[in-house]
Design a protein. Structure first.
Length: 80
């Protein structure tokens, strides 16, 4: 399985959008400072995830979340 996920920083309140094949390991990497883009924004909380069978589907959804229409969908759905 593959996942698209959203993390929220406790430091600055900003969101991080990503995708992975191993969600638990990826969250551990984020919170242990192994991911450069979130290293200074720890701790991070998982606020949303979606599960997919194919990696391409997860990547496509991540790209959508990062788009303007995806942002508005997430706001309308009260996810962020």
């Amino acid at each position: 399985m593959y996942y698209t996920y959203i993390l929220k920083s406790a430091v600055d309140g900003r969101n991080y959008y990503g995708s992975t094949g191993d969600l638990e390991a990826r969250l551990n990497n984020h919170n242990s400072g192994k991911v450069r883009s979130t290293k200074n924004r720890r701790p991070l909380e998982l606020i949303y995830k979606e599960e997919f069978e194919k990696k391409t589907e997860a990547l496509k959804r991540e790209k959508y979340f990062k788009s303007k229409s995806g942002y508005y969908w997430l706001k309308k759905s009260k996810i962020i």
